[in-house]
Design a protein around this ligand. Structure first.
Ligand code: SF4
Length: 334
């Protein structure tokens, strides 16, 4: 990893419910390096989107955030709300799965970009209009000056996501949080948006945290990936290592469920069962009830990630056995 830009330590998020506090993220450590794209992947309910939103404390009043989120010498988990507002959008920006929900349908998109420029940079009038057109051009929208007058409904889904990216990048943030930004798009447009994000990362020297449930998106766009399950990190490391040689039984299961162009005849192997209820978690490894590698030791105590290499960590007690299976699957000697 490059020099850390963001350092998350022992992050926990719980929500107040009528049955008492429900913990949905439980002790996550994660660093994001300068210029790095880090994927957070997992099934729904794994805590990936909640982790992303916790970085900017965008979780509503019923959420309680514990642990620390180190950013430029401050702890975002503790920062008073008025100061955090200066970080949101200006230093760390966010884009969402459904841009229509974030865009105002009754305002031209030029006005919406200019609002962001005024809020974060104090730009107004002609200067804001000119910068808004530059931003639209930067995200690949042709005839930018003319398109500033268009309304969100006049754009396709992919174009709306480009507009959202332009708004998010208006203040030149150093970190972009992207919550399933391509999930609602068809595959061709998804590919274009991912390529756009990677180009902007390079040109603007920005880091990106990308939440997705899609391993193909991770493979295409991320430098490192953290695999989450039931609120905890199961495995984290460089994408090539984690996807080619997974060292956690859950990661191996996720990969086995994805069709591979290299082995088109290979049958897909679905992970049996479904993720546990966060209100009734199993003892020990949270993946144990679904795991074909399980042994009695897996059911005792909390499993912390351990380093297989300096950059590759797995919380699986049987990571060596999983790794041997991973290598056998790709035809490498164990
Ligand atoms: S720790 Fe045990 S139960 Fe959990 S994934 Fe590894 S082998 Fe399976």
């Amino acid at each position: 990893m490059t020099r850390p830009l963001l350092g998350i330590r022992d992050l926990s998020v719980s929500f107040a419910t009528s049955a008492g506090p429900l913990t949905v993220v439980d002790g996550i450590d994660l660093d994001i390096g300068v210029g790095e794209v880090v994927g957070l992947v997992g099934e729904s309910g794994s805590g990936k989107s909640v982790t992303l939103r916790a970085i900017l404390r965008l979780l509503g009043r019923s959420a309680h955030i514990g642990g620390s989120i180190a950013w430029q010498g401050v702890d975002l988990a503790q920062l008073p709300e008025p100061e955090l507002r200066l970080v949101r959008g200006r230093e760390i920006a966010m884009i969402f799965q459904e841009p229509m929900a974030a865009l105002n349908p009754v305002l031209p998109i030029g006005v919406q970009i200019e609002e962001s420029l005024e809020t974060h940079l104090g730009l107004r009038g002609r200067a804001a209009r000119a910068r808004a057109a530059e931003l639209l051009t930067m995200v690949g929208i042709a005839d930018a000056k003319l398109r500033l007058a268009a309304y969100p409904h006049e754009f396709s889904g992919g174009m709306r996501q480009r507009v959202m990216i332009a708004i998010a990048l208006a203040a030149g943030p150093k970190l972009l949080l992207a919550d399933e930004p391509t999930t609602a798009l068809d595959v061709t447009i998804q590919d274009q948006i991912l390529k756009l994000l990677l180009r902007l990362r390079r040109e603007l020297e920005m880091s990106i945290v990308l939440v997705t449930h899609d391993l193909a998106v991770v493979a295409q766009s991320c430098d490192r990936v953290a695999v989450l399950y039931a609120g905890r990190v199961m495995e984290v490391g460089p994408v090539d290592e984690v996807l080619r040689r997974p060292a956690h039984a859950y990661t191996l299961g996720l990969i086995g469920a994805v069709p591979s162009s290299h082995k088109p005849r290979e049958p897909l192997t679905n992970i049996p069962g479904s993720p546990p209820s966060l209100a009734a978690l199993p003892q020990g490894c949270r993946f144990a009830p679904r795991c074909s590698f399980v042994e009695p030791a897996c059911l005792m105590g909390r499993l912390e990630p351990r380093a297989l290499t300096p950059a590759h960590l797995s919380s699986c007690l049987r990571s060596e056995a999983v790794l041997a299976r991973s290598k056998a699957d790709i035809g490498e000697p164990a």
